[in-house]
Design a protein around this ligand. Structure first.
Ligand SMILES: [Zn+2]
Length: 104
């Protein structure tokens, strides 16, 4: 990540040297957007790729995604499998057939 960031910054400063003074503001807005992304992207542990155990269902949730995902499939196979609701207490994973209950 830091390595990529370094590359991006290098490219940006190269572009900056080729741009006219009147266009330099484009570079600073680009830089600002990237800073925003970095602040709110990977640093944010509620991001879409980080699982959050959901106590109410026993499943994993991701970011703002309303679906409930199987924690077994995600931990073992890095697969996001949406679980199906059987009843108020119970969900089942269509892939590994685990039943998922609320955590105590
Ligand atoms: Zn599963």
């Amino acid at each position: 990540m830091n390595n990529k960031l370094h590359n991006i910054n290098q490219i940006i400063s190269e572009i900056a040297t080729k741009l006219a003074d009147s266009d330099q503001h484009l570079i600073s807005s680009l830089q600002q957007e990237i800073d925003n992304l970095l602040l709110h992207g990977p640093e944010d542990n509620r991001g879409p790729s980080t699982p959050h155990p959901d106590k109410a269902s026993g499943c994993y949730k991701f970011g703002d995604d309303p679906d409930h995902y199987c924690p077994h499939c995600f931990d073992k196979l890095q697969q996001k499998i949406a679980t199906q609701r059987l009843n108020r207490q119970l969900r089942v994973c269509p892939q590994c057939r685990s039943s998922l209950r609320p955590l105590q």
